[in-house]
Design a protein around this ligand. Structure first.
Ligand code: RB5
Length: 144
C-alpha cells in the first residue's frame, strides 16, 4: 500500500498519480487534501509519514507546489527518508542508494508525464544494501 498526500499546490498531480496507480492495481491510501482549498503542507506530511512509520504503508508520496516544503517537513519525522525527485534517475537512486521511503514531487515544477515516470522508477526500484547500508545507517543515527 502506498500512502499519498498533497497540499493545494500538489492537489491536481496527486489526483493524476492516484488514478495512475489504481489503473496499475497498486493500492493507494489518500491522506488528503481532498479539495483545491489551501492547506498547510506540514500537516499532510505528518499524516502520510505516520502511515509509513506505523507500517500500514510501505512507501509514501508527498506533493506540494515545489516539493521543497513538504520534503523538509517529512524529513523531520523519525524513520522517514524523504527524497525530492525531479527525474527518473533521482527516483531510482533514491530507492537504490538512499533507501528512501517517501517520494516528494512538485506539482508546480514537474509535469504529469515526468512525475508518473518518476513514480514508476521509485516504486519499481529496490534498495541495493551493501555499501549503502552503512551510509543510510549513519543518516538514521543523526536522529538519535
Ligand atoms: C503553497 O503555496 C506552497 O508554498 C507549497 O505548496 C510549497 O511549494 C512549499 O514548499
Amino acid at each position: 500500500m502506498i500512502a499519498i498526500g498533497s497540499d493545494h499546490g500538489g492537489y491536481e498531480l496527486k489526483r493524476e498519480i492516484i488514478q495512475y496507480l489504481e489503473k496499475k492495481e497498486i493500492p493507494v491510501l489518500d491522506c488528503g487534501c481532498y479539495s483545491p482549498d489551501a492547506v498547510d503542507y506540514p500537516d499532510i506530511a505528518v499524516k502520510v509519514c505516520d502511515k509509513v512509520t506505523g507500517g500500514e504503508c510501505e512507501l509514501g508520496i508527498l506533493i506540494c507546489g515545489t516539493g521543497i516544503g513538504i520534503s523538509m517537513a517529512a524529513n523531520k519525522m523519525h524513520g522517514i527518508r524523504a527524497a525530492l525527485c525531479h527525474s527518473t534517475f533521482d527516483g531510482r537512486m533514491a530507492r537504490m542508494h538512499n533507501n528512501a521511503n517517501v517520494l516528494c514531487l512538485g506539482g508546480r515544477t514537474t509535469g504529469v508525464s515526468i512525475a508518473l515516470d518518476i513514480v514508476d522508477a521509485f516504486v519499481g526500484a529496490e534498495f541495493e544494501g551493501g555499501r549503502h547500508e552503512k551510509r543510510v545507517g549513519k543518516i538514521m543515527s543523526i536522529e538519535e
